[in-house]
Write a protein that binds this ligand. Sequence first.
Ligand code: NAD
Length: 699
Amino acid sequence: MAFADYTSEGAVAVITLKNPPLNALGVGLRGAIAAGLGRAAADESVTAVVIAGSGSAFSGGVDAGDYGRADLSAAPSLADVCLLIENSSKPVIAAINAAALGGGLEIALACHYRVAAARALIGSPEVKLGILPWAGGTQRLPRLIGPERALNMIVSGNSSSARDLEEYGFADVTVDHGVLPAAVDLAARIVADKWPLKKLRDVRIDFSNAEEFFDFARSAVAPLARNYPAPPKCIDAVEAAVRRPFDEGLRMEKVLFSELLNSPQSKALRHAVVATRLASTVPGVPGAPPRPVKSVAVIGAGTMGGGIAMNFANVGIPVTVLETTRAALDKGLATVRRNYENTLKKSRLSKEDVDSRMSAITGTLSYDDIRDADLIIEAVFEDLQVKKQVFEKLDQAAKTGAILASNTSTLDLNAIANFTRRPHDVVGLHFFSPANVNRLLEIVRGAETAADVLATSLALSKQIRKVGVVAGVCDGFIGNRMMNAYFRQMEFLLDAGTLPQQIDKALEKFGFAMGPFRVSDLAGNDILWSIRKRLYVEYPDRVFSKTPDRICELGRFGQKTGGGWYDYKPGDRAARPSDLVTKIVFEEAERLGIPRRAVSDEEIVDRALCALINEAARILEEKIALRASDIDVVYLTGYGFPDFRGGPLFYADTVGLPNIVRTMRGFALGYQPDAWEPAPLLKRLAAAGKTFANWDDTA
Ligand code: NAD
């Protein structure tokens, strides 16, 4: 049978789920379970049924991409399958070999008994997609493990091992090995000893502190409820499980689910998950087997080099860090150690972990020590001449087949590749600061980068728990190119007398983790200043606000100098509005003769988003990004764009592209109109009534 095997162990029928890799509960697998149950019911020689997982999952549940598609409700629905299991007249036992998540957990909960591998992960991650368990899970889980533990799992979406849930009575039997034989044994015992069919629907929850508990839970999720409506509704559903009969709770769960499924937040969160998965697929690359990467070298132990090295040490890949002087090397390695020790202090690493990770990192001053490295990542000064020296040396020293990567943010990767005699082995691996924390990795494909180098980079990004997105060569690649356009517009707002704190606040209210001026103060205003200085030369016609340069001329580089767009007290990262900056902003506005006007938060957000969207449209048309959803992934993972808005281009589609074009045309009537000419692709899509998602479907 496709999707599931039906076999017998004596009088026990075993339905083994077979929809690799995660036994996703599409209509095919659901139908196969229903068919297996029907066959077992009709066969008089069968006395009990085991539903077993296979491979690395019992079932990972419904695929995030299936929500909102016809497959989701196609018969038999997940809820139908759960009812079929629960109403079976023969006992049904779940054999949970590995992950039972979402719909997978729902199936396990509908069974009369459960046998679980101790290490199997159990969870209801639906809330992370902006929805809730919807096939009875909000009603059955509290009846099995108690409302407190169940609410915690459903609201957080976090999973626990079956061993951790043992004390809450999750499984009837928890074993270290041999889940299936244990389940078959249990089935035989149930039949022999005439155990009852345990249906969770029949359990009544006795919970004396309900009032207090649910009030507390509601107050905990209330502050985020505007942007994340699912958690409060999870609480409503679990409260129904406590206070109402099962069928009533089930009806309520269904209503809450369909409200959430249609919410813009859930659509955005689902888009983010599907887009992230898609980003790792690159046309033409799947055929290329990755090169093995067993050892890594990093050139430069500065801000980025140290953080980059940590990523590999964290997953047990030995790293050699090369510097020019002993002092620079010692300083870089000491920073790495301090970072690990800070994590140790927060109890997120053990002393042994720190030691083993530090021992995976070796320092050197000699290229002889990196000859055997499979991957070498350069993170030296952002200066083409310095890069040239390094890549010429790497070309001499590195073994044949080694991948040579550059972490450059702005320089021409093709020029860097051509400093070697092996440009096909050269790729950009653009990490973001802090490199050991930020999840984004832009993988920059040079004109000659080989397919297997790209395949290796994509595989490696997963191994070091980053989200890899492929970008073409251009100034700033995807992320920083868009950021430059966005920051430039925000700086023009200063010219109209708008203060940095108002701009930041408006964008943070929209959902950005940080507004642009707080970001600048954190990253270092000097870094952005040096980028601007280069742009002044390379794009002499492009106009910029003068205010950021005036701030830098005062040495106000941000947090590291105790002042930037904001003032900072020593040892305190809290940004305090600066009187001096206010004075400079107003002086500049006056000097330019721009009448000061009240700029609304909505206008600030529109200007920021339109700038991002317009640059993104150019990036797409130039094929710097493979697809619109990749651009969303870059902003969601690397730039603190709010996940409940799905990324800049998903947001643009939600607003409607004709509306975006109209807003830009309005801006073009005012100050600095040149940047507001809509990109050709944006205009074409808007005129044709299309979306960026349509572009992805046809590209
Ligand atoms: P940094 O100045 O902190 O560190 C550079 C290090 O390289 C220094 O320790 C220096 O001693 C060393 N170095 C210089 N020349 C060398 C050589 N020939 N051989 C070996 N080591 C040498 O700079 P950084 O901020 O870490 O930036 C490094 C690279 O990463 C740059 O290309 C930069 O554009 C890029 N980058 C930086 C950031 C960021 O936020 N800082 C983010 C992404 C990418």
